[in-house]
Design a protein. Structure first.
Lengths: 268, 265
């Protein structure tokens, strides 16, 4: 290999590593340092106050509901898109991807307008005793919206790849639709589903903009973990903000590990 | 075909349920937004959109997003190249770390950058409350798009073409420009479009970095502040504009990718 090639290779490597370090690795490393700057005790105390614990509880609860709903929808929708023909399929496909193209604040505003007192649904629902905005249902709706495409998008290519010969065979042998799905299709797509669930969960746990608008941000009631971090940082309770950020960052790193594991299983 | 879903009634029911879910979660809320933005007529829509604050926010959003997209095109392609063609210890870990910006909550991304490049920066770089900080945060959250779009194409790329070019006397730069780049262009464009769409709507990572100042107020922050002060029709007008820009960019790039895929060979 000529010397110039080696030089350009090393140059590129240096650039890529430098860019990633400055933008990603060192900043994320700093979170660890900042969280423990005043000792592990202070960090622990900051994230175990009742308000902080409630925020984490709420975040996990909302993510669990939203991801479950989107998983059932995602698998069903992927089956429909891949295994059946119907008019308007291109339109459906475009609609599924919409949440990726919309700003979280815009999503929040849409729900705010729809379920507010003046909104199409809000007035009637409020008159009948259903509070959507500034309470759990609104926050769940916002989180479902932002994490909707992940499972569909991961399962569709897997369904294409496995084909439908086995499903046809099962059907020929007398299996009904549910048996075919449960015994043949689901086992074949399980790692794709798992991958989509992990991505959707990461997105749901971190959702900020949409939830910031629809939740009303009442501390100890409708404040999720990311919103708690925001308020703490704004009030200069830096140890708390950095410690909770560290917990959320650890969740994100756990997500990456799960993604890697599932990707390898999928490839195998 | 349709053997595994033999009952027409079942498929129709599934189609109905999926459409109902999508409508309830996504389509009806967006329809409510569009309705609100045009409630006072097109004149009012235009007035909200052309108020000085809205214009400066939209300008900053677009300029920052274009800068971020261009940087991503170059840096993302270079990183993908290094991850596929180079080998060094720790490459596999580096490869999985690329996705961290997707997994990290956006508000944590903002705090992460402030921890190193904030007011008490240990390296003496302070981008808090500046436009440079806005660009930095957008670079952080959009990092994976181009890398992850280019990487699989580069992996699949036939190296015989490059070797043929090299054996015919082409230098590395010529080989890259004439052989590799044309093959990568559709993927780079697709990644760039996603990065741009993400950048114009980004909110969480900017909310702390921008410090709520007019000079760092991008459109998403403008929308948020308008909602907080009760001006929902103004917020809706800018929201619809952002939405339309994102959709147009994604559609155009989709077309362009399709076109260049057909004309690449």
């Amino acid at each position: 290999m000529p010397a110039s090639r080696t030089a350009s290779r090393l140059g590129l490597r240096f650039f890529a590593l430098g860019y990633l370090s400055m933008l990603l690795l060192i900043p994320v490393g700093m979170i660890f340092y900042r969280a423990f700057e005043h000792g592990a005790g202070a960090a622990w105390d900051a994230v175990t106050t009742p308000e902080a614990l409630h925020a984490f509880y709420l975040t996990i609860l909302i993510a669990a509901i939203a991801v479950s709903a989107n998983t059932i929808f995602g698998v069903g929708c992927a089956l429909l898109v891949v295994r059946t023909k119907f008019r308007g399929k291109a339109l459906l496909n475009a609609a599924i991807d919409l949440p990726f193209a919309i700003s979280p604040v815009v999503i929040g505003l849409s729900l705010y307008l729809l379920y507010g007192r003046e909104g199409w649904f809000g007035g009637w629902l409020l008159d009948n005793g259903f509070q959507i905005l500034f309470s759990l249902p609104g926050m769940v709706l916002a989180t479902i919206f932002v994490s909707l495409p992940f499972v569909v998008r991961e399962v569709v290519p897997v369904l294409h790849e496995i084909g439908d010969e086995q499903e046809q065979a099962a059907h020929t042998l007398g299996a009904n639709w549910w048996q075919t799905f449960w015994r043949i299709t689901l086992p074949a797509i399980r790692w794709g589903v798992a991958y989509g669930v992990v991505l959707a969960t990461a997105r749901a746990l971190g959702e900020f903009g949409a939830v910031a608008i629809v939740s009303g941000r009442v501390t100890g009631e409708t404040e999720t973990a990311p919103l708690w971090v925001w308020r703490e940082f704004g009030q200069f309770n830096l140890t708390g903000a950095y410690s909770a950020s560290l917990v959320l960052a650890m969740l994100a790193i756990g997500t990456l590990l799960a993604m890697n594991a599932f990707r390898r299983k999928e490839a195998a | 075909m349709v053997a595994p879903l033999p009952r027409l009634g079942g498929a129709a029911l599934g189609r109905g349920l999926v459409t109902a879910y999508l409508s309830l979660i996504v389509l009806i809320p967006i329809a409510a937004l569009v309705a609100k933005s045009t409630e006072g007529g097109l004149g009012e829509f235009w007035d909200s959109l052309t108020s000085p604050l809205a214009v400066s926010a939209l300008k900053l959003t677009l300029i920052a997003s274009v800068i971020v997209t261009l940087v991503n095109v170059i840096a993302g392609t270079a990183i993908a190249w290094v991850l596929v063609r180079d080998s060094f210890p720790g490459k596999r870990i580096l490869n999985s770390v690329i996705d961290l910006p997707f997994a990290l909550p956006t508000v944590v991304a903002g705090i992460t950058l402030l921890a190193l490049y904030g007011t008490d920066s240990p390296v003496g770089i302070n981008v808090a409350f500046t436009r440079a900080g806005v660009v930095l945060a957008l670079l952080f959250v959009t990092l994976p798009f181009v890398v992850r779009a280019v990487q699989p194409v580069l992996l699949e790329l036939d190296r015989e073409m490059e070797e043929a070019a090299a054996s015919l006397g082409a230098g590395p730069l010529t080989t890259f420009r004439r052989i590799i780049l044309p093959n990568l262009t559709p993927a780079i464009l697709a990644g760039a479009a996603l990065a741009f769409a993400r950048a114009i709507g980004e909110f969480g990572s900017l909310v702390l970095l921008s410090g709520n100042l007019p000079r760092t107020q991008v459109s998403s922050l403008f929308i948020f502040s308008q909602i907080e002060s009760g001006n929902t029709s103004g917020a809706a007008a800018v929201s619809v504009t952002l939405l339309v820009i994102a959709l147009v960019v994604l559609l155009l790039i989709g077309r362009l990718t399709h076109w260049s895929l057909r004309h690449a060979r």
